[in-house]
Write a protein that binds this ligand. Structure first.
Ligand code: BES
Ligand code: MN
Ligand code: ZN
Length: 490
């Protein structure tokens, strides 16, 4: 499948599906162009109600006079005032409607009053998301996955700005697919060892230095919390450090840290059976940071980036950690495990301390499917954002909006840390029954301190769809992370 950016005269384009937009009432510039080229025929069809312009609609017109494309596909955009909100739906509807076509051209730069450069970037990304096949493990493929031979985004005139946006969108889409495929993988195949091997192969392809730390190496580093989580499992843990050096030699890196629980059963504090299968996506934070550093390298961003993931399973067993156990973290601080299901923060605290210690980063962003409480608070739309740095928080909120991978800031104040006090160690791994997403963030902050600019994205709700046919990984938060990296190149 070939993705490209093209220009030229609309009516002259040869393809089997030419996609343009239309509002309820008004036409877009490109729809008007085609009406003109058709000598008013297309307009008559519109007037007789053949393309109402309602949202979610795609009307197909074959052999429009004066138009070389075999079919013109007119996508309903609703009302113009709806703006960027509906852009994603409109493009995805359009691409669904042409699933049969071999050669597709989409004209979306004039939709819904959005910035044309933004439109091209998002369209490129949605093309990849819609047509690249996600991996599955079915033994026979009754329904063949249909892919066009070529799909092009049309712009009136190819400028370097459009070209940049297009390449960015394609690279981002591909990275999202990488994250999705990892999130969807069954946990018997996607083990910590597999994750590490995947990182090595990505590193080789994209010129990223990769260091894998196995159990022995983690013991040497004294990562007691990460090791504690893994000790109930037959699969040994891995920490992987990926370094991409596209920036000036002495520029401190941006550190991306991801939770990589390849399966979270809860451990001795066992989770209920319902939906436990979904806990294979508990490595989505790790998948996202790996995919993001891959995108940064593919786009040759002039930045230094370090991605660190902590991969392990969380299982019950004779060797597993127990409620009441006290672990000594990499930082030397001790943690009382009051609930073995609050394991993500145990993995992250060691990674965060290590990152700060080893790389003296300019910024640390960790991301994790950390708390059910965050999903309860924000649902599947917004990720939870926590930060000790106002500028960083604001920047990430903006990137979330721009990349359609939104987050909402949740509070992080000293009183949440009060809930983590214990008589027996420096900190406990759970707080009380309230504000679970904030107490989890407060736990992390205890290890970050105040001197490092840090943000935490809780993606428990946004990294996964649980509903029927859409059940599976979403590829989030790759868009917001890569968008943030891009802002740092400006
Ligand atoms: N991985 C889970 C959080 C989670 C829950 C992600 C549902 C996605 C969907 C995490 O390790 C966990 O179990 N958190 C506990 C924390 C609690 C014991 C304080 C939770 O949210 O219940
Ligand atoms: Mn858990
Ligand atoms: Zn977990």
């Amino acid at each position: 499948m070939e993705f490209s950016l093209i220009d030229g005269t609309l009516a002259e384009l040869e393809c089997d599906a030419l996609i343009v937009g239309k509002y309820r009432g008004d036409m877009t510039l490109s729809a008007k162009d085609l009406c003109l080229a058709s000598g008013g025929v297309l307009e008559k069809w519109f007037e007789s109600g053949d393309a109402s312009g309602c949202q979610g609609e795609a009307a197909i017109f074959r052999r429009v006079p004066g138009v070389k494309a075999e079919r013109v596909v007119v996508v309903g955009l609703g009302k113009e005032k709806d703006g960027a909100q509906n852009f994603e739906l409109a493009v995805k509807t359009a691409l669904k409607a042409v699933y049969f076509a071999k050669k597709i051209v989409i004209v979306s730069d004039d939709w819904l009053g959005v910035d044309p450069v933004w439109a091209v970037e998002k369209t490129a990304r949605f093309m990849v998301e819609s047509f690249e096949k996600s991996e599955d493990w079915k033994s026979s493929h009754k329904v063949q996955w249909k892919q066009p031979d070529s799909i092009a985004v049309y712009v009136p005139e190819k400028t370097t700005e459009f070209e940049k946006a297009f390449s960015y969108g394609i690279a981002l889409g591909k990275s999202m697919m990488m994250a999705k495929d990892l999130g969807n993988m069954p946990p018997n195949l996607c083990t910590p060892k597999f994750m590490a091997e995947k990182c090595i192969s990505i590193g080789t392809q994209l010129n990223i230095d990769v260091t894998v730390f196995d159990e022995e190496a983690l013991k040497k580093l004294k990562m007691g919390c990460l090791l504690g989580v893994s000790q109930g499992s037959a699969q040994p843990p891995r920490m992987v450090v990926m370094e991409y050096n596209g920036g000036e030699k002495d520029n401190p890196p941006i550190c991306l840290i991801g939770k990589g629980l390849t399966f979270d059963s809860g451990g001795i504090s066992l989770k209920p059976a319902k939906s436990m299968d979904e806990m294979k996506y508990d490595m989505s934070g790790a998948a996202a940071v790996v995919a993001s550093i891959a995108a940064a390298s593919a786009l040759k961003m002039p930045l230094n980036i370090v991605a660190i993931i902590g991969c392990t399973e969380n299982l019950p067993g004779g060797n597993a950690i127990k409620p009441g156990d006290i672990l000594t973290s990499y930082s030397g601080k001790t943690v009382e495990v009051l609930n073995t299901d609050a394991e993500g923060r145990l993995v992250l605290c060691d990674l965060i301390s290590y990152a700060i210690d080893k790389f003296k980063p300019a910024t640390v962003i960790d991301t994790a499917t950390l708390t059910g409480a965050c999903m309860v608070a924000l649902g599947k739309e917004y990720a939870g954002l926590f930060s000790n740095d106002e500028d960083l928080a604001y920047a990430l909120l903006q990137c979330g909006q721009n990349s359609l991978d939104r987050c909402w800031r949740l509070p992080l104040c000293r009183n949440y840390a009060e809930a983590l006090k214990t008589n027996f160690a420096d900190i406990a791994n759970i707080g009380g029954p309230f504000a679970g997403a904030s107490t989890a963030a407060a736990f992390l902050k205890f290890f970050v301190g105040d001197d490092t600019s840090w943000a935490h994205l809780d993606i428990a709700g946004t990294a996964w769809n649980s509903e029927g046919k859409t059940k599976g990984s979403t590829g989030r938060p790759v868009p917001i992370l890569v968008d943030y990296l891009r802002t740092r190149t400006a």
